[in-house]
Write a protein that binds this ligand. Structure first.
Ligand code: PLP
Length: 347
């Protein structure tokens, strides 16, 4: 058993920041959690987590869910009616990576914007709001993603989010934040969570990405919105019983794993510099947080590159033609960084 664990530890898994295992401290928090039955609304750890996360953003209430896909999809369902239109970036997670859930769950139409590395502007949103005319779907919801995954971990400028928010209020549209990696943006840019809370009608955050919890996301919003969201979560089968064991990991993550995200960003920057020195790497996208996206020259087919890395005990994922993504997280060690540097030097 010990040998298997050691071998596993040697793998440098940069496929995503979701691959982390609970730290001993987090595990301790989980096993000693006070739990109840959250479907009956009496799991003290879940209640504490929902309150804590809502307070970070100055929101009234929170809802603990199994995944960020579910928190996003519940938000879309709660904000729209069938036939309404959702406005978002063309590469946004809600559109590209949630299995067509906008159509499946909400029967909504989507208006796609070509943003700048995943970031849309108020001007673009304004140009894509439909006039009040029976031919067009009713523009109902705008979704921003911060940081943007397809955008390579890019961060929004707070002023732009404020402009989109003001526009949404003027035009009676709802505004949802897919903040799966909001805390990476907060650490990188200093964006204020309380101000963020005033800009959005709903916010989704993930505990199982950079924060290192094994499972869980939170949907945040007004008390009335969360009441409605809780109903939708039940319908989707996302209401859990002794979920406090998982919520305890989330509380621990919010208490201990936010500030340290700067280490992930620093390591991502170092990996970027290693890649820039590689003859077979043609471009490294700007690195703002913990995501590294780069393209390979024709001489190095992406499949061969990924295979070679794998043979050296390093995992990354394809992110489009000749494009690779790596993500740093709290299970990346200095020894792993050295191993990666060695493997890239050897081509
Ligand atoms: C990971 C992610 C989600 C949620 O993913 P789950 O795997 O369902 O928890 C949502 N949005 C973005 C931008 C993500 O990267």
């Amino acid at each position: 058993m010990a040998i298997i664990c050691l071998m596993k530890d040697q793998i440098v898994d940069l496929r995503s920041d979701t691959v982390t295992r609970p730290t001993p401290g987090m595990m301790q928090a989980m096993v000693s959690a006070k739990v109840g039955d959250d479907v009956f609304g009496d799991d003290p750890s879940v209640i504490a987590l929902e309150k804590k996360a809502a307070a970070i953003f100055g929101m009234e209430a929170g809802l603990f869910c199994p995944s960020g896909t579910m928190t996003n999809q519940i938000a879309i369902k709660a904000h729209t009616r069938p036939g309404d239109e959702v406005i978002c970036d063309i590469g946004s997670h809600i559109y590209k990576y949630e299995g067509g859930g906008i159509a499946f769950n909400s029967g909504a139409s989507v208006r796609l914007i070509q943003g700048d590395r995943g970031r849309i502007t108020a001007e673009q949103v304004a140009a894509n709001i439909n006039p009040d005319d029976i031919h067009h779907p009713v523009s109902r919801l705008v979704v921003a993603e911060n940081t943007s995954n397809r955008g390579g971990g890019s961060c929004y400028d707070a002023g732009e989010l404020q402009r989109i928010s003001s526009l949404c209020r003027e035009r009676s549209l709802k505004f949802h934040l897919d903040g799966a990696r909001f805390f990476n943006a907060m650490i990188a840019t200093g964006i204020d969570p309380l101000e963020t809370g005033t800009r959005f009608d709903s916010i989704s955050i993930c505990l199982s990405k950079g924060l290192g919890a094994p499972v869980g996301s939170l949907l945040l919003g007004s008390a009335e919105f969360i009441r409605q969201a809780r109903r939708i979560r039940k319908v989707l089968g996302g209401a859990m019983r002794q979920a406090g064991y998982l919520a305890a990991a989330g509380i621990y993550a919010l208490d201990h794993h936010i500030k340290r995200l700067s280490e992930d960003h620093e390591r991502a920057g170092r990996i970027g510099r290693l890649l820039e020195a590689c003859p077979f790497v043609t471009q490294v996208a700007p690195i703002e947080t913990n995501i590294i996206v780069f393209t390979l020259s024709e001489e190095m087919p992406d499949e061969r590159f990924l295979h070679r890395l794998k043979e050296a005990g390093i995992l990354a994922i394809g992110f489009g033609p000749q494009t690779i993504r790596m993500v740093t997280h709290l299970d990346v060690s200095d020894a792993m960084m050295e191993k990666l540097a060695g493997a890239l030097k050897n081509g």
